[in-house]
Every structure is written in C-alpha cells, then in structure tokens.
Design a protein around this ligand. Structure first.
Ligand code: NAD
Ligand code: FES
Length: 285
C-alpha cells in the first residue's frame, strides 16, 4: 500500500499529492510516469511524475478532476493509502546540454514539465519556460517552475495574469527573435501540443511532446495506448511517452483519446448517483 503523506488543493479541481513509494522514487527520471489504482477493482490511471524526493522516498503527482476516478482520488486524505502505484514507467527525457531550450506547459501539463525543466537547467541549458492556463486561478506550480528555469513567461487566455493569449503566441515571438533556440518540450492538452508543433515547424527546432494516451497495463501488452509516429505504430507506455511532435499522427491520437467519452460519462454519473458526500467532503459508498 502507498500512503498519501501530503495533499494540497491547488485549485477547485486540481490537487497535488506526495505519495510514499520508495522504490519508484529511487529510480524515477524526468519524463517518466506512474500508473495508480485507488482500490483493487479500481481503474488504472497513468500520471506523469510532477516531482520526486529520493531521500524521503516520495513521488508528487498533480491531477485534475476530469472523471470518476480522479474525483474519487481527490477525496483521499493524508494518511490514506492507494492500492497500487506502479513505476517508473516509460522512457526518460533525453537530457543533454543543448544550449538554449524552451519548455512549454499548459493546464495541468505545467506540473509534468517541471522535472524536465529542472533537469535541463541542471544539465547547463539556458531554459526559458512558458506556462499557460485559461485564467490566473488555473496557473499552478508557478514558483517551482520559476526556480527550475532560467526565465519564466506566464500566459492566461483571458489576460487575468501574465501575458494575454496562448502559450504558442509567446513561443512564436521567441523563435522569431532568437535563432539560437535548439529544442522545445511541450506538455498539455493535445490541441496545445499539436499547435505548438505547427508553430515550431518552420524553424530548425526539434519539438518533443509527451503523449497522454488512454492506458491499461502500461507495459506494451494491451495496445490501448497505440499511436502512429512517422507512419509506424508505437506504444506510448513503452516507446514514449515522449516523441518527436512533428511525426505524430495528431488526428488519430485525438480521436483515440475521446473513444471512451460516453462510457466515462456514464461511470461518472453512476458514481455521483451512488455516492453520498459526508460533511468532510469524502465519498461514502
Ligand atoms: P486548457 O484547455 O485550459 O489549456 C491550457 C493552455 O494550453 C491554454 O491556456 C493555452 O495556453 C494552451 N492552449 C489550449 N488550446 C490551445 C490552442 N488551440 N492553441 C494553442 N494553445 C492552446 O487545458 P486544461 O484543460 O487545463 O488541460 C488539461 C488537459 O491537459 C487534459 O486534457 C489533460 O489530459 C492534458 N494533460 C496532458 C498531459 C500530458 O502528459 N500530455 C499531462 C497533463 C495534462
Ligand atoms: Fe497497454 Fe500501452 S497501455 S500497450
């Protein structure tokens, strides 16, 4: 069992938790993910690691309530335990001293870009981070990202904080201004990663995306996370999650992401109908 040792609410629907998982914490690398199960019969959810503390054996995950399991996860408190917490899974980010690089995080993808940004800076890169969300309240982990980067630019869609507009607008301005930028990493909603790749395409800049496919086993056995990269079939869980964004078949990826929308909604509705919330906000079946 894996104990929740710290829980924070970053926004009405976004939570950060530190989980005691010493084996995972001892070997995890930036870019990798875990798959957790709340109970023995629960859904398996993949989450990219937002931070880790090797000495204390802790892994930080940040998640947004988007369905039944993430809502159930949000009801767990410090001291509660998860049934399983498997990882580290997937390939680590290729960290080298490239020179000047950019990391782009959107929405809860901001949390996932954090360890990559920090490792790139530690490797000697000059790292410009761009993080964006719909509004000021949805900007998460700003201070951590600022500390991990050489420079941070914040955007909000509605202009309530930082620059008004999408992260991709700032990215284009930087690429136009500075020809020494070597590489870009981007994590966030699929549409944001797709548009980031369209933005960088005219420039000689490699663009790495982290794909968040629907997963089951996470070990390359079930085929659920299948994507097409440069015309070849790849599994996000074992070949990724990071890929050259210019080679991703975005139409297929986005179609496959939405293929269980109806059953996810049914499961969430069922959870609400059959779960009573007690005064502390925790679900009681
Ligand atoms: P969102 O829709 O609020 O977008 C976040 C930011 O992305 C926006 O502020 C904007 O800067 C940028 N963006 C959005 N649409 C864009 C467009 N059309 N063009 C250019 N930029 C655009 O994001 P959200 O709802 O908070 O994000 C949650 C999503 O992120 C979920 O779908 C989740 O699955 C995904 N996510 C993915 C990963 C991953 O590993 N790839 C990790 C965490 C979250
Ligand atoms: Fe089953 Fe990747 S999750 S093959």
């Amino acid at each position: 069992m894996y104990k929740i040792v710290k829980k924070e609410r970053l926004h009405e629907v976004i939570y950060s938790t530190w989980i005691k998982a010493p084996e995972v914490a001892s070997s995890v690398q930036p870019g990798q993910f875990i798959i957790l199960m709340i109970t023995e019969r629960g859904e398996r959810i993949p989450l990219t690691v937002a931070d880790f503390d090797r000495e204390r054996g802790l892994i930080r995950i940040v998640f947004q309530i988007v369905g039944k399991t993430s809502e159930e996860l949000s009801t767990l408190e410090e001291g509660d335990e998860l049934y399983s917490f498997i990882g580290p899974l997937g390939k680590k980010t290729e960290i080298e001293n490239y020179g000047k690089v950019i990391t782009v995080g959107g929405g809860t993808g901001i949390a996932c870009i954090h360890p990559i940004t920090r490792a790139l800076k530690e490797a000697g890169n000059e790292v410009i981070s761009i993080i964006g969300a719909r509004n000021k309240e949805l900007i998460i982990m700003e201070e951590e990202i600022r500390k991990a980067s050489s420079k941070l630019i914040v955007t909000t869609d509605d202009g309530s904080y930082g620059r008004k507009g999408f992260v991709t607008q700032v990215l284009k301005e930087l690429l136009d201004k500075d020809k020494s930028i070597k590489k870009v990493w981007t994590i966030g909603p699929a549409i944001m990663m797709k548009v980031t790749c369209e933005t960088t395409k005219p420039y000689p800049v490699e663009t790495i995306v982290s794909l968040n496919s629907i997963m089951v086993d996470g070990t390359g056995m079930c085929g659920s996370c299948r994507v097409t990269i440069g015309g070849e079939t790849k599994f996000v869980c074992t070949d990724g999650p990071e890929f050259d964004g210019q080679l991703v078949d975005w139409v297929e990826f986005m179609n496959r992401l939405s293929r269980y929308k109806d059953s996810e909604k049914k499961s969430w509705d069922f959870y609400h109908e059959h779960t009573h919330l007690c005064s502390c906000g925790r679900g009681i079946n």
